[in-house]
Ligand binder design. Structure first.
Ligand code: HEC
Ligand code: HEC
Ligand code: HEC
Ligand code: HEC
Length: 177
């Protein structure tokens, strides 16, 4: 007669089999450094640290571009990152050598770059200097295709405008006398 417990024995064998496969599989597949520091692969720290540096921060430009860095450091743009408007230093210079041209936005691309921060947009802090592009250029009586750098020095955006204003007021002062 057939053993009435056979069903349970088979079921247990199957379960034990599954557990064994999972345990052995885990042992075989877990990377060696797993759990060294926590619930992750310990070696990944070392690997991340060895990846080549991409962004160098503004400090990385300073040594080779002291004039632009100096100009920018006293300007309305002092807090901006050079690499945000250009490209990472790793695509341009290594050690003391420039090996590739640094991308620089001109024409339409430049207008787009400036407007990405300065176009009047609901939700930006009210105090942030914003312009309505079309109106801004119309107020200056120039075509909409005028690029921002035709009036603003990109690294110190109010520098020459303030200069012109100073000269105007000087002229007025002289004319009054
Ligand atoms: C707001 C965006 C912006 C930031 C921030 C910025 N640049 Fe520029 N940069 C430009 C644009 C746009 C041009 C092209 C301007 C032109 O041709 O009139 C340019 C041109 C240049 C040039 C070539 C022309 C020149 O003036 O000598 C250099 C070099 C340069 N940038 C370096 C830097 C460095 C270094 C920093 C950081 C200290 C920096 N830039 C930060 C937008 C920026
Ligand atoms: C090892 C030196 C070195 C470093 C570091 C360096 N540059 Fe330059 N860069 C140069 C040289 C050399 C030129 C070509 C001559 C010039 O315009 O002064 C140049 C030119 C440029 C130009 C004009 C376009 C071109 O490639 O000719 C821009 C824009 C520029 N650099 C931006 C930057 C920014 C932004 C940084 C920092 C993220 C930076 N550079 C870091 C050496 C360097
Ligand atoms: C990443 C964002 C960003 C980009 C891109 C940018 N700016 Fe600015 N700009 C700023 C910030 C931040 C200030 C300082 C605002 C402040 O003082 O509250 C500023 C200030 C200015 C000011 C002075 C406004 C004032 O009344 O004080 C002018 C003008 C200006 N930018 C023009 C430009 C031009 C032209 C470009 C393109 C070449 C440009 N900006 C690109 C963020 C940006
Ligand atoms: C034809 C010259 C001219 C051009 C082109 C121009 N601007 Fe201006 N911009 C000015 C002048 C002049 C002022 C100062 C206005 C004032 O003080 O009344 C100014 C002021 C600003 C301000 C400060 C506004 C504020 O309320 O504080 C920002 C931001 C600005 N411009 C961004 C830009 C951007 C971005 C571009 C390119 C899309 C651009 N400008 C193109 C002449 C120009």
């Amino acid at each position: 007669m057939e053993n009435p417990n056979r069903f349970w024995i088979r079921l247990t064998v199957v379960f034990v089999g599954i557990i064994a496969v999972v345990v052995l599989g885990r042992m075989a597949m877990l990377p060696e450094s797993w759990g060294k520091y926590g619930y992750y692969r310990g070696d990944s720290i070392e690997e991340e640290a060895q990846r080549a540096m991409k962004y160098g921060t503004n400090e990385s430009c300073k040594g080779c571009h002291s004039e632009v860095s100096e100009l920018k450091s006293h300007s309305a743009h002092q807090r901006l990152s050079c690499e945000m408007c250009h490209a990472p230093v790793s695509e341009h210079a290594k050690g003391s050598n420039k090996f590739a041209v640094m991308p620089t936005k001109k024409g339409k691309e430049q207008i787009g770059l400036c407007l990405s921060c300065h176009q009047k947009t609901i939700g930006r802090p009210e105090k942030f200097p914003m312009i309505d592009h079309a109106r801004h250029l119309a107020a200056q009586k120039v075509k909409p295709s005028h690029t921002c750098d035709q009036c603003h020095t990109v690294h110190a955006p109010l520098e020459n405008i303030n200069h012109v204003k100073d000269q105007r007021s000087l002229k007025e002062a002289l004319n009054e006398n």
